[in-house]
Design a protein around this ligand. Structure first.
Ligand code: NAD
Length: 366
């Protein structure tokens, strides 16, 4: 297969972690007989330094022309970097918001996996972390409260702020379809999260999700109220496969799910549109404090590349190979500094840098 991938290394540790993800992709290409064509693009601070803006029209066009986009991370130290002296619409993050909009990315996928080898980093009780978990939060990204009409008014000397939460059935249907499709590639269960006991938008959400479910008889559907879901994530996270939810609930729940893994350098993400196209990036930021020191954990980006293989190219076997390599390397005790436990060398763990982690994972894929 020929894969046209646009790469946005970005800022901070971005170029280092994207280089390791390319190393893994190149290894997969040689083992499984694919051809990969990369086009490197500038975005964020790197684009500001060259073009004066965080995202050019040319970059948008190049990204649209690719089959998928693999991104590192963008942004710098928000206190000291001159990028943050610019007006808000010229700062690095403005590029990210704009490209998501331009590419029509309405579905955000964030897996939260607790690897047994990293269970010590999990803040939950041992009896809960011992059973591990592997879930994916599917969050609607372009509708709901964050995009509804809003205003602040003053009535009789009292300030009043109004935000509106709107979803139409088409917006709900397309994200629900993604949720069920992804569940088919996983363990076949969707937990649709809403607040249907209070909100009209949630009642419509529930109705439309039930309609979509009829087309996926192989996927089990359950509904859960958002407040209960927030509790269940810390009480029994192993029950979840795909959590399907609207924008604001997903924003909060996906951060909660990430935190219970305890390992920021391991968390991948994907944002998809209604075709196979997607933008794949780690959930973490550009970590300017460790940039250029070979200290970054490249695994979140490498797992994001695995998501790209699975969801944009339907290369499930290759994606499995990457995920399996990560498990094996963790099992052999190799750790970057962010996931190295205290006294880890005594426990048989070996500290490695960003490049060495990439080499180890590439070697594991044969
Ligand atoms: P951050 O995620 O960059 O870093 C938080 C902490 O985690 C730091 O101590 C960092 O060293 C560590 N860390 C993060 N990723 C790591 C990795 N792969 N390996 C090892 N350690 C890692 O968050 P921040 O410091 O709040 O933000 C830094 C910059 O990143 C800001 O400019 C912010 O706006 C930007 N940011 C970008 C994105 C994105 O591109 N999608 C997301 C979040 C933050």
């Amino acid at each position: 297969m020929r894969l046209n991938i646009a790469c946005i290394p970005g800022d901070g540790i971005g170029p280092e972690i994207v280089a390791e993800a390319k190393k893994i992709l190149n290894q997969l290409a040689s083992v499984y007989g694919h051809e990969i064509v990369y086009k490197d693009l500038l975005m964020g601070g790197a684009s500001i330094d060259v073009h004066g803006v965080p995202l050019t029209d040319e970059t948008i066009a190049d990204a649209k022309a690719a089959d998928a986009v693999l991104m590192g991370s963008i942004g710098g130290n928000t206190t000291t970097s001159p990028w943050y002296q610019l007006p808000p619409d010229r700062r690095p993050e403005a590029g990210l918001l704009k490209i998501r909009k331009e590419l029509g990315l309405f579905a955000n996928l964030r897996p939260a996996v607790l690897y047994q080898e990293l269970a010590d980093a999990c803040p939950l009780k041992k009896e809960i972390s011992d059973s591990g978990f592997d879930m994916l939060i599917m969050r609607e990204l372009t509708g709901g409260l964050y995009f509804g009409e809003r205003r602040t008014v003053e009535e009789n000397g009292v300030r009043k702020a109004i935000d509106t939460l709107t979803y139409d059935e088409n917006e709900i249907r397309r994200i629900a379809v993604k949720g069920f499709e992804v569940a088919q590639k996983r363990r076949g269960k969707v937990t649709s999260v809403d607040k249907a006991n209070v909100l009209d938008s949630s009642r419509l959400w529930r109705n439309v999700v039930e309609e979509v479910a009829k087309d996926y008889p192989d996927v089990a559907l359950e509904h859960m109220l958002v407040d209960n879901c927030a509790m269940q994530l810390v009480k029994d996270p192993a029950q979840f496969d795909v959590i399907l939810t609207e924008n604001m609930f997903g924003d909060i729940l996906s951060d909660e799910a990430s935190m219970v893994t305890g390992s920021i350098g391991m968390l991948a993400s994907a944002s998809l549109n209604d075709s196979k196209f997607g933008l794949y990036e780690p959930s973490h930021g550009s970590a300017p404090d460790i940039a250029g020191k070979n200290l970054a954990n490249p695994i979140a980006t490498i797992l994001s590349a695995a998501m790209m293989l699975r969801y944009s190219f339907d290369l499930d076997r290759e994606a499995d190979a990457v995920e399996q390599a990560v498990k094996v390397i963790l099992n052999k005790g190799y750790r970057t500094s962010d996931i190295m436990p205290k006294g880890g060398d005594a426990a048989g763990c070996t500290l490695v840098g960003c490049r060495e982690m990439g080499d180890l994972l590439a070697d594991e894929i044969r």
